[in-house]
Ligand binder design. Structure first.
Ligand SMILES: O=c1[nH]c(=O)c2ncn([C@@H]3O[C@H](COP(=O)(O)OP(=O)(O)OP(=O)(O)O)[C@@H](O)[C@H]3O)c2[nH]1
Ligand SMILES: [Mg+2]
Length: 189
C-alpha cells in the first residue's frame, strides 16, 4: 500500500506527537504539520471545527486535517467545551477543579474533533471521539494541557499518569483518529 502524505494544520506539538503516534499504528501515512494562524470562531465544537478546517484548506491550498479538543463539564451543560484552552491558560489546574466546588458532579468528557478537508472549497468531514471521565486534583507531570486533572472512567490514573501507550488506546484523540483512519483508507492515495 502506498504511503499517504497529509498535512496536519496545528500549532500544538503534543497533539501532533500523539496524532503521528496513533496514525502510524494503523496505516502507512506520513504527517507533516503547518502552524497557520487561524481564528477559532465561537459556536458548538462542530461549528468551530468546520470553520477552522475550511480556513486551513484555503490558506494551505490543498487537502489537510485540523483538530479541535473540547473538555466538557456535565455540571455546566458541556462548557468550557471548545473554550477550554482559555480556561486552562487563565486559571490552570487548580482553577479547573475550583470551578466545580458546590456542584453535584465532577463528571466531564474529553471530545476530539478531527476535520478532513479535501481542499479549498470542499466541505469538511468531521470525525469525533469522546472519552468520559472525572475532574480531579492534578496528578502526574503537567506536560500536556489538562491531562493531569482528567481521570478517565474505569481507571485510577489521570491521563498524565498514564504511559503514552495506555493513553493512546483509550483517549478522545485515539477514538476520533480511529474513524479518520477508516475514512482515509477509502480514499485513493
Ligand atoms: O491535557 C490535555 N490532553 C489532551 O489530549 C489535549 N488535547 C488538547 N488539549 C488542550 O486543550 C486545548 C484545546 O484547544 P485547541 O483544540 O484549539 O488546541 P490548540 O490551539 O492548542 O492547537 P490547534 O488549534 O493549533 O490545533 C489546548 O489548550 C490544548 O493544549 C489537551 N490537553
Ligand atoms: Mg487552537
Amino acid at each position: 500500500m502506498a504511503t499517504r502524505r497529509l498535512t496536519f494544520v496545528t500549532g500544538n506539538a503534543n497533539k501532533l506527537m500523539e496524532t503521528k503516534y496513533i496514525l502510524s499504528q494503523g496505516i502507512p501515512i506520513e504527517i507533516d504539520s503547518q502552524d497557520l494562524d487561524i481564528p477559532e470562531l465561537q459556536g458548538t465544537t462542530q461549528e468551530v471545527a468546520i470553520a477552522k478546517s475550511r480556513r486551513a484548506a484555503e490558506l494551505l491550498g490543498r487537502a489537510c486535517i485540523t483538530e479541535d479538543t473540547a473538555l466538557c463539564y456535565e455540571a455546566f451543560g458541556g462548557l468550557p467545551g471548545p473554550y477550554i484552552k482559555h480556561f486552562m491558560k487563565n486559571i490552570g489546574h487548580e482553577g479547573l477543579n475550583n470551578l466545580l466546588v458546590g456542584f453535584p458532579t465532577k463528571d466531564a468528557y474529553a471530545l476530539c474533533t478531527f476535520a478532513y478537508s479535501a481542499g479549498p472549497g470542499a466541505e469538511p468531514i468531521l470525525f469525533e471521539g469522546r472519552t468520559d471521565g472525572t475532574i480531579v486534583p492534578a496528578r502526574g507531570p503537567p506536560t500536556f494541557g489538562w491531562d493531569a486533572v482528567f481521570q478517565p472512567k474505569g481507571f485510577d490514573k489521570t491521563y498524565a499518569e498514564m504511559t503514552k501507550e495506555d493513553k493512546n488506546v483509550i483517549s478522545h484523540r485515539y477514538r476520533a483518529l480511529d474513524k479518520l483512519k477508516a475514512y482515509l483508507s477509502t480514499l485513493p492515495t
